[in-house]
Every structure is written in C-alpha cells, then in structure tokens.
Design a binder for this molecule. Structure first.
Ligand code: MSP
Length: 511
C-alpha cells in the first residue's frame, strides 16, 4: 500500500495566492516525509476547472472557458514548480480520463436508484452556485453579501439523496475519531450532520451552465462542479480506469491517508457530500479516506481577498526570498488546523533567526572547524564523554518525537523538535570550544569526537528538515558529502569520512 496524499484541487477562476501555496506546501511536506522515511508515496494535486465561476470569468475576458481554465492552470503549474511542490499525479478536471469516471459514477448511481429528478423553485445564489433556504438568511432576514447576487429560480434537476444516508454518516463519524483531524473540526462536522436536511442537487441545466461534464443519461444537464471535483480523488487514483496504464493502480492507493483541505470546505463538501457519495458508490466504512483540515492564512486578522487588495502573491515572495524560506515560514508559523496571520516581517525574522543564525551557523562552524583542524577528515572515536553522550541521546529522542509529530500532521512541532537539536549542537560548540582543544595535543581525541558528533548531528538534521526545506537540505548533505548516508540512525557517517568545503547556505535578509 502506498502513502496516498491529496490536496483540494484549486479553482481556476483567479490568481493563486498564499492560501493555495500553504496547502500545497503542507501536502508536499507530508508526502516528502513519507517518501523519505516510510516508502512509496503518491501525492495527487491539481485544478478544479469547471463550474459557473470559471464560465463567468471567461465571459468577462471574452474567451472560451477552456482557454481561461488553461491559462489559470498554467499559473498554478508554474508556481508549484517554483515552490518545489513535487506531485506524482495531476488532477485537472477537464481531463477526459476524469470525465469518463464522473459519467460512470453517475450512471452507476442512477442504476442503483441513488439519483432522482425533481422540480425545485427558490432563491439561488449565483456566486455560491446553490439554492438558498431560510437557514442561510442572516439576523435581519436577508441573504448576506457572502451570497452575492441572489435570484428567484425554478428548475428541474437531478438530486442525490443525502438525508437517507444521514444516520449512516453520523454513526460513521462518531465511531471513527480519526476521520477528521483535528478534533475541533470533527465536532464542527458532527454539528453540521445534525442540521442536515436537504438533498444535493447534482445537475445544472445546460441553458444556464454549459461548462461542465455532461450527464450520461440526460444530455440537457451538466454535473454540479463539487460532485465533479470531489471525484478527482478517485478518478486520478485509477478508480474504474479499466487498467489504463497512464493511471495508478487504485487498489495500491486507496484508501487515501490524507485529503488535505481548508476549513471552509469541510462542511458540507468533504465532510458530508464526499463520504455519502463514496458510501452510495459501495465503499465500505474501512475504505473511507481521512480528512486533514487546516486553518486560514489571514492578513492582520482579516480574510484576504482580491477586492480588499490584501492578497499575498507567493510567486513574488519565492523570487525575493527563495522557495525554502517561504516553505519554512509557512510550516513553522502555523499550527495545522488553526488560523495564522501572514507577515513578511515574521518571515524575515524566522529566516534570520532559525535558518541563517541557528542552522546556518551550525553548518558553517562544523564544516569550517573540521577543515581547519582535521583537513575535513572525521574520526569516529568512541569516547565516554557525558556531553557527547547527551547530544546523541537527544538526537535519538528528537527523531522519535519528530516522527510522532508527523503522524499527527503537526509539522510545526516536528520543526520545533528538530531545532532543539540545532540549539544543543550550537551550545556544544561553545561548551567544548574546539579552537581551545586544537591547541592542546592531549585533547586530540576529544576534538575528534566533538567534530564527529557535530557532523553526525548535522547529517541527521539535514534529513529531518528535508521535507520542509528540500533544497537547503541537499546543500547541507552536499557539504557533508553525505548524499549516500541517509539512514535516520545515529552513527551513519563512517570513520575516515571526508567533509566538503564550507560555503554559506542561508542568506540573511533585511526588512
Ligand atoms: N475547488 C475547490 C476545492 C475542490 S476539492 C475537491 C476549492 N478551491 S479553492 O481554490 O477555493 O481553494 C483551494 C484550497 O485552498 C482549499 O482547501 C481552501 O481551503 C484553501 N484556501 C483558500 N484560501 C485560503 C487561505 N487564505 N488560507 C489557507 N487556505 C485557504 O475550494
């Protein structure tokens, strides 16, 4: 079984912003972690290209929806490349392989009696592409500005039953505490299930919306964008692919270890529609995926949006500071599940203190001193020195706690834990003062042991930071000439090993 990690697929109606970047980096970090330390991993991400908002945006720009979606898609692709987001599968919902699966699923649900046609008349939010009920009215009795333009609409459509499966879903979520991480979000979902009252309209008449996947048994309709988009998680994993060699083997991937999504799309899409869809399609309870729900990046406490003009362009930040710095800041200054405030000042501070000062100095001192005192050659002498024993024991404990943090998707904790070791190794340099040991021939063995301990600690640290700052990690391993020594056990560097030449890896930035 492979580690199968996905993200929400990004909507192609506008520009990528820091929120999109954060989510892809988070997923990439988790995927890289498993790929490095556990084994075969498949990371799927992509773009959500259909729906009304894309059709409208294309109309505004006076181009075809396909052309519009592709232009925006190209921006996402370029950004992921720049940020080192290393995916194995690309889920673009206009891909004919995906469209085929959506149609097959609709056909199968129809044959099972899970889809019914019905007439409905009511208020409709053009912006959110959904009919509104009284529950959506605010205290003043109006539909608030979040719904955009609201019109009265009567329509015959295809409905997918949610209420019929409500009892199953409630029981499933209650008996599977791991279905939604973190727990706060699971409680939110349980409350939403209690309030669930209507079924899901999964079609749109073509006269109103043509930019979607045509219904297999009723060509006057296209598929509701969420029903289409959610299926990317199985279609691009090889579900119903008739052994298409360009797609993975579904049995090897499913169930998904983590769908990484934002808190705004847990209810109702991922927490209600998606498990009910899978259940209706015949997936047993033990084949349900897990939802890892992250919070939002805000600007000075406020939601970012184009209209407020406060959205942050990750592309510009990556050019200015480099992808690793941006990746480190987003992972270190956010607790998965909670909201964070984006601040360029804090990004620079994190870089200067954690990367340039702490880790950067450790690399530089270790490699320079080994060159200066031992021509770069390590001697892994066994000495029973309590300080050196303590740092080895700390490294072993850090690795354990780092792994446990990743199992809980707490990336910030994993980095915090790794930096305990960085701090201790820097303190060891001060404490043992190799420049003094080098002057005293009687301390020659201790100097060897100190230099070995520092280099070995650094090798382990380079591996631990690899998922978050992959380029810097490789540079550290290069300087240690340790590219072939990737065990996560203490003692990986052999005696007699030669280190490379010191060159600075982490620049400092001024605000
Ligand atoms: N297309 C849907 C998802 C379909 S998944 C089957 C969608 N797209 S989106 O482009 O609006 O959002 C993509 C992801 O980015 C979502 O998980 C969303 O929560 C996340 N973010 C969007 N803005 C965000 C922030 N400001 N901060 C963090 N993540 C946020 O929803």
């Amino acid at each position: 079984m492979k580690y199968f990690i996905t993200t929400a697929i990004d909507y192609t109606n506008g520009e990528p912003h820091i929120g999109h970047a954060y989510e892809k980096i988070l997923a990439d970090v988790i995927a890289r972690y498993h790929r490095t330390f556990d084994g075969p991993t498949f990371f799927l991400t992509g773009v959500d290209q259909h729906g009304q908002k894309v059709q409208q945006a294309a109309q505004k720009s006076e181009i075809q929806p396909m052309e519009f979606a592709q232009e925006v898609t190209a921006k996402f692709l370029a950004l992921w490349d720049k940020l080192g987001v290393q995916y194995d599968g690309w889920a673009a919902t206009t891909d004919p392989r995906h469209e085929k699966v959506v149609r097959k699923v609709l056909q199968a649900l129809y044959e099972k009696g899970e889809l019914a046609k019905a007439k409905y008349s009511g208020f409709y939010s053009v912006r959110q592409e959904q009919f509104l009920t009284d529950k959506e009215r605010n205290e003043a009795g109006d539909f608030g500005p979040e719904w955009g333009e609201v019109i009265l609409l009567e329509e015959e459509n295809w409905y997918f039953p949610l209420v019929k499966h409500k009892g199953w879903l409630k029981n499933f979520v209650e008996t599977h505490p791991d279905f939604v991480i973190p727990n706060l979000r699971r409680n939110e979902l349980l409350n939403a299930i209690d309030r669930l009252s209507g079924d899901l309209c999964v079609s749109r008449p073509k006269e109103r919306l043509s930019w979607g996947i045509e219904f297999p048994f009723d060509p006057n309709y296209v598929t509701f964008v969420w029903f289409d988009a959610l299926l990317n998680y199985v279609s691009f994993a090889g579900y119903l692919s008739d052994n298409d060699p360009s797609l993975p083997d579904f049995e090897e991937l499913w169930p998904c270890k983590a769908h990484i999504i934002g808190k705004d799309i847990l209810v109702p899409a991922h927490g209600v529609y998606w498990p009910i869809m899978l259940h209706a399609m015949g997936f047993p309870d033990e084949q349900m995926p897990r939802l890892v729900v992250h919070g939002w990046w805000n600007i000075a406490g406020a939601k970012m949006s184009k209209s407020l003009g406060n959205s942050i362009d990750p592309d510009v930040l990556a050019d200015k500071y480099g992808a690793d710095v941006l990746r480190y800041y987003l992972m270190r200054d956010n607790i998965v599940g909670q909201d964070s405030d984006f601040s360029e000042e804090n990004l620079v501070k994190r870089n200067n203190s954690d990367l340039a000062n702490d880790l950067g100095n450790l690399v530089n001192r270790t490699v320079s001193m080994s060159q200066r005192y031992r021509n770069g050659r390590l001697d892994s002498i066994e000495l029973n020195d309590p300080d050196l024993n303590a740092i080895r024991d700390l490294a072993i404990s850090v690795i354990k706690r780092y792994r446990a943090a990743f199992e809980r998707f707490e990336v910030h904790t994993s980095m915090e834990t790794a930096w305990e070791l960085v701090a201790r190794a820097n303190a060891l340099v001060e404490q043992k003062a190799p420049w003094k040991l080098a002057k005293d021939p009687a301390q020659s063995e201790l100097l060897n042991a100190v230099l070995y301990t520092l280099a070995e600690t650094l090798r382990l640290l380079a591996l631990l930071v690899g998922p978050v700052i992959p380029a810097a990690s490789e540079k550290i391993l290069d300087q240690l000439q340790a590219g072939n020594f990737r065990t996560l056990q203490w003692g990986g560097l052999p005696s007699g090993h030669d280190l490379g030449k010191p060159t600075p890896i982490f620049p400092r930035f001024e605000l």
